[in-house]
Design a protein around this ligand. Structure first.
Ligand SMILES: *Cc1c(COP(=O)(O)O)cnc(C)c1O
Length: 331
């Protein structure tokens, strides 16, 4: 960002920084994709989905999908009436049979016509779709002439966890449009909409502009992508976050009355612990999210999490457990 701030550059994406970031996305995904930068992930998702749909279409996703629960109706708003059809998530994932069931449920004119399957990788519950699971969803999309969109706000964590290449985790399994996030992995701002199916990108630039997502000083959205994609920094950041989460999960679950509510597969740890403990932790200053998942706490590790931070939390939970008589009942 500091480097991009020197000298003059053309506006609205006609600059060398944006070109370099775009080329890097193409290098990393090993394909000639179309790339558009937006200010955030909600815009990336909403505009990507809007561009894939007519107003009478529907988008199939899990009931914990960010597009369903955390975008304030953005996808529906920007697509002028598209309906999200949700299926019960299986540990955060949309199952191929659930997607198929939503498609086959109705085919009459009174039902919003299914048009897109949207999956989130890493999922909102911290789990990771395997390549085979993605391929199976890609196959459902192909069979029923649906487009496949991926919300990749945390794609790096999934790719790092699976130890696969970016193309194996996306277009090779049928993903046609990707919302590629960077803010959860080290960037200050900016998201990208990546069209692997270039035909779907037609007039997307106009859609971005109309929605207030065409940055005049686009070099500042592009610069963080360059810094993170060059030399695979994004993957090293993600690996670090994933390793921290694994450490946090194993240390926390060694404490009585603490268990994982979903498996720790990337950089988040969803834990169940007694409600009273959460109150104590909050009083000690810990910020705990309990609105994602079922009554559990979502703990996120990032590219900058340290061992000291992990130890600090584990020590607090351990101390609360030691003082809780219910933890000693079996002794
Ligand atoms: C954070 C996040 C987004 C993007 O959110 P913004 O705050 O709009 O950038 C999208 N999807 C998922 C799964 C996320 O976690």
């Amino acid at each position: 960002m500091k480097q991009a701030n020197s000298g003059f550059a053309p506006g609205y994406g006609d600059d060398a920084w944006t070109q370099r970031a775009t080329d890097l996305v193409r290098d990393v995904f090993e394909t000639d994709c179309e790339v558009f930068f937006t200010f955030n992930g909600t815009a990336a998702n909403s505009l990507a989905l809007a561009s894939l749909c007519q107003s009478y279409h529907s988008v199939l996703c899990s009931d914990v999908a960010h597009i369903e629960t955390d975008e304030c109706g953005g996808p529906e708003f920007f697509s002028h009436g598209v309906k999200l059809l949700v299926a019960a998530a299986n540990q955060g994932k949309l199952l191929p049979q659930s997607a198929r069931e939503l498609v086959l449920r109705r085919s009459d004119i009174h039902y919003p016509k299914p048009r897109v399957i949207s999956v989130t990788q890493t999922t909102e519950l911290g789990t990771v779709y395997t390549i085979d699971e993605l391929a199976a969803l890609g196959e459902v999309a192909r069979q029923h002439e649906l487009r496949l969109h991926m919300d990749g706000a945390r794609l790096a964590n999934a790719i790092a966890a699976l130890g696969i290449s970016a193309k194996e985790g996306t277009w090779q399994q049928g993903v046609e449009v990707l919302s590629l996030g960077m803010t959860k992995n080290g960037a200050a701002l900016g998201d990208a909409v990546v069209f692997f199916n270039r035909e779907l990108a037609k007039e997307f630039d106009f859609r971005c502009k109309q929605a207030g997502q065409l940055a005049s000083k686009m070099r500042f959205l592009a610069a963080p992508f360059i810094a993170l994609l060059e030399g695979d920094v994004w993957l090293r950041n993600a690996q670090h976050a994933n390793r921290c989460a694994e450490k946090l999960a194993s240390q926390l679950t060694a404490i009585p009355n603490v268990s994982l509510s979903t498996p720790c597969q990337a950089n988040s740890v969803f834990v169940d612990m007694p409600k009273a403990w959460l109150e104590q932790l909050r009083r000690q200053g810990w910020l705990l999210y309990t609105f994602i998942g079922n009554n559990c706490v979502r703990l996120m590790c990032s590219w900058k999490t340290t061992d000291d931070e992990i130890n600090a939390l584990v020590t607090c939970v351990q101390a609360i457990a030691n003082a809780d008589p219910s933890c000693h009942s079996e002794e």
